[in-house]
Design a protein around this ligand. Structure first.
Ligand code: AMP
Ligand code: MN
Ligand code: ZN
Length: 820
């Protein structure tokens, strides 16, 4: 083999195979990736340790801070760190105003910056790992969902409460993100189909063990069970949900949690009970109902047990709970929550029993996942993460506690593994087991410490129980899409988008949300943020250009590139206008509100603190008017306005901008400061508008209420008429008033559509001129169908069939689709 050939090989093959030349160093000073990673992790661990040993806020910190020397030291160090972070972020092309000492861009905003940058960097890492693993989508044919090779989960690890901390042991090991190439989608086997509709989550609970306050009747009785025609059942259901909106969405165990009284023995110093060695502990994998019932029996007899969950969020819109680990003092159970998804609710018996303590570590997400997927609730929880925080242990991760109390070196390598894999590989099984095996002992030890640090008083213990209870009270919130959802993401980017880019971003965001719900994929799988931003930024003229913005190309982007192309084209048709910092600065949006182009101080209908600009494709007039107000922006194509529009513009021009006198002559930028600075005129005006707006809103609410009542009355008559009509026209009413199954409505559309069924009935009646009508039916096509349809479009017949499972034992109640 000649030298040039071997050189080539070294380049294309693994970097750490060549031990010699500096040329082949992975990067200066490091011979290969491993060496670099080892060094990197070592440094991170040292830095984390050092930072953990700094005086804590609210503790010694305040005292130290009173010394100028300390203060100065902190500031120089802080500046150095910020500089360093800025550089890294800059390197990755992220926004990096870390050193901006503006008080308004406070800690929270900087934290957001870091979170976003981490997202960007992690996404890049994901892509590179994919590339390295040979998952090169651009060469793959489009396959049906379910056959796509799964990607490594990339998400914001720093948004989690639990901090990822590397134990020393990790430095010497290579990371392995376990993933399988072909995981069958567990969703396909779910008995109750996932409800990705754009409607609020309603608790999946029909039986309520350990209830002090029974479940509201609207939960236990379903309109499907009534012997009435479908249209009427809908109507009745709608009426009921309106009556019970609060009950429908309330935390089912709110009352029990509010009235939870802790037994005395939990507020005293416990005697720690050592965990059993792994080797001597029975550990069972539970994947059938019979075994689950047995687990439930065992749990009901204990006085405490530990619980943890593993979750998958990449190939599903709402995420999937894949595994539940439970440890009692004697036994470990690994429960397959994919297999037993519809059965797990039986554990509510022990989970909501106030005399049994459930120990979690960092339960914030677990509480939500339990509700979302399994209909499970927790009454009487102790969160060891909260205990660790209360004790100021510095680091609060589970591996830290395990090291501290059990001298166990755990590692978190499998935390991000694809937990859908079945059969569960042994290493993952063991990993999962360790998450709860030691937890009851940790719970004991933490309580001892809480007792002692609290000087033999129960105050600290009480505090932890209290915080844990607050976490149990958390309600799962389904992500809801609104016209303005995209603003949150955009605001974080702080991209100076023009109107075309902004429109593209908004349209892509909507497309992505809709598709993700429909295909049951995460939005990150459909189209990662950074790609969406790139497309909006570049506005490619050709479909090929869209593909070029994505590497690797997400399968659904490839599949729907023509739709995307149309969206981008639509955006390109917007008049071009620079939108500077529209969302960063509170006042700017006044000038961008399509509804208030005149800035009339009396037009307060749309003004409120939280208002943000929303663009509609036909808001050309107002955009034009802004331009004519001479805000130094340019419109490319002024000739497109109709005569009437031009006239409107001239009228608009004749108005004075009331803010003009407070503005620099050619810059409409108003700092956020101004709005919050009571000495400014802006503050006064904005407050006045706010006040007026509140009044206005109240008026609107009252008007709406009235309208609703009137509509209700009409609806009552109408529904009766429908029933009559159905009889008159012999529309086949299924024998025995066949019970309907209510299904999750389709992916949310922003504009409610009329109930198709009702519509059909109405249209039919109108068209059917040959039949002499005894009465003239109400023309439903003209009415506000929201009253009937709960503002949600109903599923077509096919979709209804697809949910052939909302049977008696079903936990999912697909009711209450009222949009709020
Ligand atoms: P744990 O409580 O540590 O076992 O984590 C439970 C689940 O949370 C895991 O199965 C992951 O789905 C998710 N998770 C934990 N840590 C992270 C992280 N750093 N980033 C993203 N997801 C995480
Ligand atoms: Mn956990
Ligand atoms: Zn876990």
């Amino acid at each position: 083999m000649d030298s040039s050939n071997s050189d080539k090989q070294n380049n294309t093959q693994s970097v750490n195979e060549d031990p010699a030349g500096v040329d082949n160093e992975f990067c200066p000073g490091f011979k290969d990736v491993d060496a670099f990673v080892k060094y990197g992790l070592g440094t991170v661990v040292a830095a984390t340790k050092a930072s953990a040993s700094l005086p804590q806020v609210g503790d010694e910190y305040d005292l130290y801070r009173s010394f100028p020397g300390f203060q100065e030291f902190c500031e120089t160090q802080g500046d150095g760190l910020l500089h360093c972070m800025s550089q890294i972020m800059h390197h990755h092309g992220c926004r990096a105003h870390m050193r901006d000492r503006n008080k308004l861009t406070g800690l929270e905003e900087r934290f957001d910056l870091v979170v976003d940058s981490n997202d960007v960097i992690l996404e890049k890492v994901g892509i590179l790992l994919d590339d390295a693993a040979g998952v090169n989508r651009s060469q793959q044919p489009v396959m049906p969902a379910g056959f796509q090779p799964p990607k490594i989960v990339v998400s914001s690890w720093n948004r989690k409460v639990q901090v990822y901390s590397c134990s020393e042991k990790l430095g010497s090991e290579t990371f392995r993100l376990l993933q399988a190439k072909n995981v069958t989608r567990p969703q396909l086997k779910f008995r109750e189909k996932v409800d990705n509709s754009n409607t609020p989550f309603t608790p999946k609970i029909f039986v309520k063990p350990n209830a002090i306050k029974p479940l509201p009747s609207c939960r236990s009785q379903r309109p499907e069970d009534l012997d009435v025609p479908a249209a009427l059942a809908d109507f009745i259901h709608q009426q009921r949900t309106q009556e019970h909106v609060e009950d429908m969405f309330a935390h089912p165990y709110q009352y029990e949690l509010d009235h939870l009284a802790l037994p005395e023995n939990l507020l005293s110093k416990p005697e720690p009970q050592m965990y059993k060695p792994l080797a001597e502990t029975k550990c069972s994998f539970i994947d059938n109902l019979e075994d689950l019932v047995a687990v439930n029996e065992k749990l009901a007899k204990t006085s405490e047990f530990a619980v943890d969950l593993e979750h998958h969020s990449y190939r599903s819109f709402l995420g999937i709970t894949c595994l539940m680990q439970i440890s009692t003092r004697d036994e470990d159970f690994i429960i397959d929550t994919l297999e037993l998804r519809s059965e797990l609710y039986i554990l509510n018996e022990a989970f909501t029993d106030p005399t049994i303590v459930k120990v979690f570590h960092g339960a914030d997400s677990d509480i939500e996942w339990l509700q979302k997927d399994l209909g499970l609730y927790i009454v009487n929880m102790f969160d060891t993460h909260q205990a660790s925080r209360t004790l100021n242990l510095g680091r609060h991760s589970l591996d830290h506690l395990l090291k501290l109390f059990c001298n166990v070196d755990s590692d978190k390598r499998y935390q991000l593994a694809d937990w859908r894999i079945r059969p569960l590989p042994d290493e993952m099984f063991q990993y999962a087991r360790a998450d709860t095996h030691y937890l009851l002992y940790v719970y004991d030890r933490l309580r001892v410490d809480l007792w002692e640090v609290g000087n033999g008083q129960p105050a600290l213990l009480q505090m932890v129980w209290h915080k844990s209870k607050d976490i149990s009270l958390k309600k799962y919130m389904k992500p809801l899409f609104t016209e303005d959802s995209y603003m949150d993401l955009l605001r974080k980017q702080k991209k100076a988008f023009n109107t075309q880019q902004l429109t593209a971003f908004r349209l892509l965001y909507g497309w992505r949300d809709k598709l993700a719900r429909q295909e049951d994929e995460s939005t990150g799988y459909v189209l990662p943020n950074h790609m969406m931003i790139k497309i909006s930024d570049i506005l490619p003229k050709e479909p090929q250009g869209i593909i070029a913005c994505c590497n690797p190309v997400p399968p659904l982007v490839r599949q729907q590139v023509n739709e995307l192309h149309i969206l981008v084209q639509q955006a390109r048709e917007m008049p071009l206008l620079k939108v500077r910092h529209a969302w960063g600065h509170a006042m700017h949006w006044f000038f961008l509100q399509p509804e208030i182009p005149l800035f009339g101080p009396h037009d307060t209908s749309r003004v409120s603190e939280s208002d943000i600009p929303s663009f509609t494709p036909d808001s050309k007039i107002y955009l034009k008017s802004i331009v004519n107000m001479n805000y130094e922006d340019t419109v490319k194509d002024p000739g497109h306005l109709t005569v009437a529009q031009q006239k409107a513009c001239r009228v608009v021009e004749s108005f004075q901008n009331p803010f003009r006198m407070y503005l620099p002559s050619n810059d409409i930028h108003i700092s956020k400061n101004a709005k919050f600075d009571p000495s400014t005129k802006i503050y006064e005006i904005s407050n006045r508008w706010k006040l007026q707006s509140v009044e206005q809103q109240q008026k609107e609410v009252e008007a709406k209420k009235k309208a609703k009542e009137e509509a209700k009355a009409v609806a009552g008559v109408a529904s009766y008429l429908i029933t009559l009509c159905l009889h008159f026209h012999q529309e086949p009413i299924k024998p025995g008033g066949k019970k309907r199954e209510r299904v999750a409505s389709e992916t949310g559309e922003s504009t409610p559509k009329p109930n198709k069924k009702l519509m059909k009935a109405a249209v039919k009646n109108n068209e059917d001129s040959t039949t002499p009508l005894v009465f003239k039916p109400y023309d439903y096509s003209q009415s506000d169908f929201k009253v009937f349809a709960g503002t949600q479009p109903h599923k077509n017949a096919k979709a209804q069939k697809s949910n052939a499972c909302a049977g008696n034992r079903s936990m999912s109640f697909f009711g209450g689709k009222s949009e709020r």
